[in-house]
Design a protein around this ligand. Structure first.
Ligand SMILES: NC(=O)c1ccc[n+]([C@@H]2O[C@H](COP(=O)([O-])OP(=O)(O)OC[C@H]3O[C@@H](n4cnc5c(N)ncnc54)[C@H](OP(=O)(O)O)[C@@H]3O)[C@@H](O)[C@H]2O)c1
Length: 300
């Protein structure tokens, strides 16, 4: 039987700087905690500073010497994303790891500050913009990496390029969530392709946490109810993200998820997105459209 990958496999992260988006709770907080416990300096990038400070206190309880800073980042507001990136670059000289983890799932229909459907805008376009603004710094940092957090729900994703903001169809929250999560995978694959074509040594990976009990399910009554019986604890649910972040053997564009039934539970292994998520033409199209929507160009 092959050995199960756990957080014990993570080498020292001393001297490394990581940003984890959405680390005020759930998988992001757990990933920030583990990375900080291994010696990384971690920026807790959150939309709600109070929640971020509370997460920082919890991490400090476990690791009193952890190096942590809470910084404001609202992915549903591109001005906030750009401000965060400017402030980070002014303060830090390097970026070893960017974990694009934050996400919303099946909220009632609403829009971001810039007028994008909330899930597509937050989960994909916000992270597209953040990565764009930080990419030069990642390129200057030897051995740096970007991890995008997707989901099994990418199987429901099927982007309608004529209506990415759900303005001319009736809003289907699960489909919109699936769209945002397949977008995370197109972004991973196209970013990896462009990055290596550019001669860059930044590694791009993706992960999904199977089914993990967090606040994410708060808008979905049934999933929230079943959390207590069926979902993995967050310590285990964060492992695919952590493996995608540190595994030396990870290939560019590789994708990690749990090894159990339907990838819902278990220990992290390399998994495969579905065929639609591997379509390079859709990935290119999404990249171009994302550039237009955000007015953000990189690796073009
Ligand atoms: N849990 C699962 O079973 C599961 C399954 C598949 C994929 N995922 C993915 O895993 C990732 C983490 O989710 P989780 O399960 O840990 O849920 P969570 O506990 O709800 O964490 C989500 C985080 O994202 C943050 N966030 C939401 N909107 C934001 C915005 N506009 N700007 C900045 N941060 C924002 C939240 O901040 P607040 O604290 O302010 O709300 C929170 O810190 C998500 O990408 C999710 O799609 C989770």
């Amino acid at each position: 039987m092959t050995k199960k990958w756990t957080a014990d496999e993570i080498p020292s992260q001393e001297g490394r700087i990581a940003i984890v988006t959405g680390s005020s709770s759930g998988i992001g907080e757990e990933a920030a905690k583990v990375l900080a416990g291994k010696g990384a300096e971690v920026v807790i990038a959150v939309r709600n500073n109070k929640k971020g400070e509370a997460a920082k206190s919890r991490i400090l309880k476990a690791f009193p010497t952890a190096k942590l800073e809470v910084m404001q980042l609202d992915l549903a507001d591109l001005a906030s994303v750009r401000k965060f990136a400017d402030e980070f670059k002014a303060k830090y000289g390097r970026l070893d790891l960017l974990v694009n983890n934050a996400g919303v799932m099946v909220p009632p229909y609403s829009k971001t500050k810039d007028g994008f459907e909330l899930q597509f805008g937050t989960n994909h376009l916000g992270h597209f913009t953040l990565t764009s603004r930080l990419f030069e710094m990642l390129e200057k940092t030897v051995g740096s990496r970007v991890v995008n957090v997707s989901s099994i729900a990418h199987h429901r994703g099927n982007l309608d390029f004529d209506d990415l903001n759900w303005e001319s169809r009736s809003y289907a929250p699960w489909s919109a969530y699936g769209d945002s999560k397949i977008a995370n995978l197109y972004f991973t694959r196209e970013l990896a392709r462009r990055s290596s074509a550019n001669g860059s040594d930044v590694k791009i990976t993706a992960a999904h946490p199977g089914w993990t009990a967090t606040d994410l399910q708060r808008h979905s009554g049934i999933a929230d109810f079943l959390n207590g019986f069926l979902a993995m604890p967050v310590q285990k649910g964060a492992l695919p993200t952590l493996r995608a972040a540190v595994d030396e053997d990870a290939d560019n564009a590789s994708y990690y998820g749990p090894d159990g039934l339907r990838e819902m539970w278990g220990f992290p292994v390399q998994v495969q997105p579905n065929d639609r998520a591997k379509d390079p033409e859709i990935a290119k199209r999404l990249w171009n459209v994302s550039e237009e929507m955000t007015d953000e160009k990189f690796l073009s």
